[in-house]
Write a protein that binds this ligand. Structure first.
Ligand SMILES: C[S@@+](CC[C@H](N)C(=O)[O-])C[C@H]1O[C@@H](n2cnc3c(N)ncnc32)[C@H](O)[C@@H]1O
Length: 265
């Protein structure tokens, strides 16, 4: 088992703010959160160097939606993730950073090349993109309302890769699993799940989904930030059903990473 180094998730390198106004006007500017300034390529500079605009001092919100773009580097690839404020699946959670970093650093132990990988609750798609870069044949799944942004991020970040493009599918935990993902047809080498356990009412269907997909030969990799007593209760249930090992702990973010496999009778 390892403990993460400081800082916990060094692959996140930059934040870009991407705003859409009601008139669909788009601006993309380098955002310096420490100084509350934005530097724009379009700004003029008499010294020939980029001008720093103090625009935030006078900034009034005139946007109806906004998207943040987060920039990461994994396995030598820059990944740009579009986030939004609309739902849980629209931002990158610490579990996704933890497992992405772990897979990047442990490619011999978990070789994803040509492996069939299913991600449940994929959210923005960062981890599925990393798995694709590592050579996996990925299916990224989530609730219907999350799929548009998930597809956008996956397509944008994998279009120039010489890898098999990830598939994006609806998968609501515990619903129509035998119809949509019959075990006779769908066998995955890895199931990835990050920060799927938090305060929501679908923990039993989530566990049923893990059991449905975790068959002999499948490795479930689950990374989660632990906050609530219900998170620990879920962990206990997982440990009672599967063979489990804690692969890593990230104390700064209270994230644990578990490997689970089916129990042999
Ligand atoms: C906290 S977010 C984590 C997203 C992503 N895995 C990450 O770590 O950044 C939880 C994800 O689970 C999805 N989710 C929540 N309830 C679900 C359900 N009943 N069926 C399928 N997905 C669900 C959400 O849409 C969201 O993408």
């Amino acid at each position: 088992m390892i403990s993460a180094q400081q800082p916990p998730f060094p692959n996140k390198i930059q934040r870009t703010m991407d705003c859409q106004s009601e008139e669909e006007e788009t601006c993309e500017e380098q955002y310096d959160s420490e100084n509350c300034t934005c530097s724009s390529e379009h700004a003029e500079s008499d010294a020939g160097s980029p001008v720093t605009l103090k625009i935030l001092q006078n900034w009034v919100p005139r946007v109806s939606h906004y998207f943040d773009k987060e920039h990461y580097t994994y396995v030598g690839h820059q990944i740009v993730i579009q986030e939004s404020i609309e739902h849980f699946g629209a931002v990158v959670w610490p579990g996704a950073l933890a497992l992405s970093q772990y897979l990047e650093s442990n490619q011999e132990q978990f070789n994803l090349k040509d492996k069939k990988v299913l991600e449940i609750g994929a959210g923005t798609g960062l981890l599925s993109i990393v798995a694709c870069i590592l050579g996996a044949h990925v299916t990224a799944t989530d609730l219907p309302e999350v799929l548009e942004n998930l597809s956008y991020n996956i397509s944008r970040n994998t279009k120039n890769l010489n890898m098999r493009k990830p598939e994006v599918r609806k998968l609501v935990w515990g619903e129509s699993l035998n119809e949509d993902f019959p075990v006779s047809t769908y066998h995955y080498d890895f199931i990835l799940a990050t920060d799927v356990v938090y305060h929501h009412g679908a923990l039993d269907p989530l566990l049923a989904t893990m059991v449905h997909f975790c068959k002999p030969g499948t490795v479930l990799l689950w990374a989660n930030k632990f906050r609530f007593s219900t998170d620990y209760e879920f962990l206990e249930k997982v440990c009672n059903i599967f063979n489990t090992t804690i692969l890593a702990e990230f104390p700064e973010s209270n994230v644990k990473l578990l490997k689970a496999t089916v129990r042999k009778n």
